[in-house]
Design a protein around this ligand. Structure first.
Ligand SMILES: C[S@@+](CC[C@H](N)C(=O)[O-])C[C@H]1O[C@@H](n2cnc3c(N)ncnc32)[C@H](O)[C@@H]1O
Length: 209
């Protein structure tokens, strides 16, 4: 889920985008959309923020389903990659912003979706980002994404954000938890074999909060 990097160099994000581009939309997105569809009585046009959208597979799925999407990624390569993939008839529904997630201001939205991206936030900036996401969500809106656990193979080795199970439960306070699933397994990243530890969450902001 991360990118190749030379020993000292930055991640090979462009390589990661090519590696992931042929994949179907992620299960987490599909599950989130099923949940939202299930509880929606009167469908209306919805808006999503895809934070750290990467190759843009999930943004494209949201667009295909009629959502308006604000895609944010710090990599110009991501902006270019997704721009080339958007069908012309969907272009008006997509806004792309090249920006770091640290220090962001987000517009109001029905869904903030952050697939394997929040762990890349500078740990010092994470609490403010988490608060910003909550402020952005309309009442009844959803957050979906992953948070890396504290025994992920990269914990303590990379300047990324990792959370214990208890911290994740604290972050979920004030939300209704639709999904909180802990994954701790050997698998692969773009760089090769990896021990993954992450929490996959779908959270709903209570109406009236
Ligand atoms: C592992 S990829 C995930 C991409 C996509 N969401 C997916 O599920 O395949 C993480 C993405 O977050 C972006 N990213 C990493 N650090 C970031 C930061 N500090 N601010 C904004 N985007 C960042 C990267 O450019 C990359 O596109």
């Amino acid at each position: 889920m991360a990118s190749k990097r030379s020993k000292e160099g930055p991640p090979d994000w462009a390589g990661f985008y090519r590696w992931t581009a042929r994949r179907p939309p992620r299960e987490l997105l599909l599950r989130t959309l099923d949940h939202i569809g299930w509880e929606t009585k009167r469908p209306r046009r919805r808006s999503a923020i895809d934070l750290g959208f990467g190759a843009g597979n999930d943004s494209l799925e949201l667009l295909r389903r009629g959502w308006r999407v604000l895609g944010i990624d710090q990599q110009l390569a991501a902006i270019r990659f997704l721009s080339r993939r958007v069908p012309p008839r969907r272009r008006n529904s997509l806004t792309l912003l090249q920006a770091p997630m640290e220090g962001l201001t987000l517009p109001s939205s029905d869904l903030v979706y952050a697939s394997f991206s929040l762990p890349f936030c500078d740990p010092a900036a994470f609490p403010e980002l988490w608060a910003t996401i909550r402020r952005s969500l309309a009442p009844g809106g959803h957050f979906a994404g992953q948070l890396f656990g504290d025994h992920d193979e990269w914990a303590g080795k990379r300047p990324m954000s990792f959370h214990s199970a208890r911290q994740v439960r604290d972050l979920a306070k004030g939300y209704r938890i639709e999904l909180l699933r802990e994954v701790d397994e050997a698998g692969r990243s773009f760089e090769g074999p990896k021990q993954w530890h992450y929490f996959e969450v779908i959270l709903e902001k209570a109406r009236g909060s």
